[in-house]
Structure formats: C-alpha cells, structure tokens
Design a protein. Structure first.
Ligand SMILES: [Zn+2]
Length: 112
C-alpha cells in the first residue's frame, strides 16, 4: 500500500498543495490543515483534485462552490450504464446545476 498524497486547497491564497499522509485509512485524514502560505485553513480536496491556475478567480470560485456543496472531486458514478465517472463542471454556471442534479452524491447530504 502506497501512501496517499492528498491535495489541500487554500481558498484565501487560491493555492493547492499536496501532503503525504502516510498509511492511515482515508477516513482518518484531516479535513483541513493550516495553509503553509498564509496560515488560514486549507481544506482537504481528496486525491482527484486538479487545482486551477492561481489567478483564475472564476475557476477558484467554482471549486469553492462545489466544495461548499459537498463535492470534493470524488468520483460520481450513476447507475451501471456509465463505466466512467460523471465529469465535473467546467464553469460556475454549470456547477450550479451540477450540485442540484447530483445532490444525492454530495458528501454533505448526511450532515445537519
Ligand atoms: Zn493560504
């Protein structure tokens, strides 16, 4: 078993960094760390996160929006006629529809 490299994103810096977290099971990984750049909170974005460019404000807004709705780029598979996972939205406008369409897959659905 290889150690996981988890991606953490700081929405203040619009920056992401990887952190190797050893061999702990994924559910033991911290959901947030301190951003090494600014000291604010950096959120665990899982292993599939592809960060936007630092200055791409719109893309970072989209990522933040998805994150706030419980989507951290986890794989979403709908039924079994789709061998591949659902693609993540390209824009904030698409993301608004996405979080509604796939709300059953949100990691936040069991919260509150
Ligand atoms: Zn930061």
């Amino acid at each position: 078993m290889t150690p996981y490299n988890m991606a953490f994103a700081c929405f203040t810096c619009q920056k992401s960094f990887k952190k190797s977290l050893g061999k702990a099971p994924p559910n033991k990984y911290p959901s947030q760390l301190t951003c090494p750049n600014c000291g604010e909170i950096a959120y665990n974005m899982g292993r599939h996160f592809k960060p936007p460019k630092k200055n791409d404000k719109k893309q970072w807004e989209k990522v933040r929006f998805l994150f706030d709705h419980g989507f951290r780029f986890q794989k979403i598979r709908v039924g079994n006629q789709y061998p591949d996972s659902v693609p993540y939205p390209e824009t904030l406008e698409e993301a608004r529809k996405f979080v509604i369409k796939y709300q059953a897959y949100s990691e936040r659905k069991n919260e509150i």
